[in-house]
Design a protein around this ligand. Sequence first.
Ligand SMILES: Cc1cc2nc3c(=O)[nH]c(=O)nc-3n(C[C@H](O)[C@H](O)[C@H](O)COP(=O)(O)OP(=O)(O)OC[C@H]3O[C@@H](n4cnc5c(N)ncnc54)[C@H](O)[C@@H]3O)c2cc1C
Length: 389
Amino acid sequence: MECDIVIIGAGPAGLAFASSLAKTGLSITLIDRQPLDAIAEPVYDGREIALTHHSQNILHDLGAWAYLPHDDIAPLQEARVLNGNSPFALSFDTGQTGAEALGCLVSNCHIRKALFRCIEGREKITLLAGQAIRSISHSQKHVAAELADGSYVTGKLLVGADSRFSWVRDQLGIAAEINRLGRGMLVARMQHEKPHGKIATEWFDHYQTVAMLPLRNNYSSAVVTLPIGEAEALMRLSEKQFSTEITQRYRHHLGNMELDGTRHLYPLATTWSHHFVSDRAALIGDAAVGMHPVTAHGFNLGLSGQRLLAEEVSSALRKGQDIGGARVLRAYEQAHRRAAASLYRGTNMLVRLFTDEAPPSRVMRHVALRVAQKMPLVRSSIRSMLMAR
Ligand SMILES: Cc1cc2nc3c(=O)[nH]c(=O)nc-3n(C[C@H](O)[C@H](O)[C@H](O)COP(=O)(O)OP(=O)(O)OC[C@H]3O[C@@H](n4cnc5c(N)ncnc54)[C@H](O)[C@@H]3O)c2cc1C
């Protein structure tokens, strides 16, 4: 099969990239190992994605926003960072920006479904679901993915959107920094007695991090980060024990809490690809940068990255240039690395500072929060990072 662009991975990044190019007339083939129904009707996976304003705009442009269930979009008015037993909270709100909210929370399964609907039925976009890939090869003008049945899909550009432990990245011979953190992030939707006031809290307690993300009505997404063994033990508790455990770990701030639905555990690893491109190929989404979820930037970054690449491809097409050529790839790599590097390093630094239990780090984070609260410039730059238009 021949096409212009081959995308491996039909997760949110791959689907967004395909729909960004849907109007260009380029023929696109998406390949994913998951069966079609898992891509078309993704089930709830516990992730509530905090979307920046910039991401909301991109989803609007793609047409995906209209497919989201609007009753399930939860506005985020304020974010608070708490440290250990200290009553002090560093807080961010919309300030003088005039915006109604810092951002909003949407379930990952709704985002994936909405992005799928954007490509569904498009004449020039083909989705090969439930397909394993055997190898990738390229010549001067083409790149080819060999499927498990021995057939080939060839294109002028191949895009790896196959997540942080990217098989495509390995096949392309691109090295990556991979940090397995030995910790797990457990996510679960909880119903609670007291209102959350649309305030998200990130509480770096001793030996655990607990975030509460405000959903609609008296529901929050509890995000608990622990050493992996402890997180697995929480997964094994009965629903009743689990509800009591989360209520206690959150020190009854929202009254009694009750588990609503399923729990999900994600072992934590961060990844940084040493290159985002190679001959006729590019990495997008988590395959390029696997962020720690604590600052809620993984999908946001992936969404803006795929847009950068789509703009370079569209511009080359308009000028009659090679859409998989070195100029396109270099421009994408430079722009995306510039945007991603400080977010990735900054997030990792924050995680180290706020999870290290050594006394100097405890003192340091206490000081860091106090200083940040007193410096309007620091707070407004963190606010603009949160709100990123
Ligand atoms: C608990 C949690 C909370 C998060 N919260 C936020 C948040 O608030 N804000 C935010 O911006 N981000 C958040 N993220 C990050 C966000 O979920 C990811 O950045 C995003 O899902 C990455 O999308 P992706 O398409 O790159 O990868 P994925 O979603 O992992 O999709 C990859 C796709 O590739 C396919 N695939 C993999 N390997 C192959 C192969 N060899 N062949 C064919 N197909 C393959 C898979 O089947 C899958 O469909 C969170 C993550 C977690 C774990």
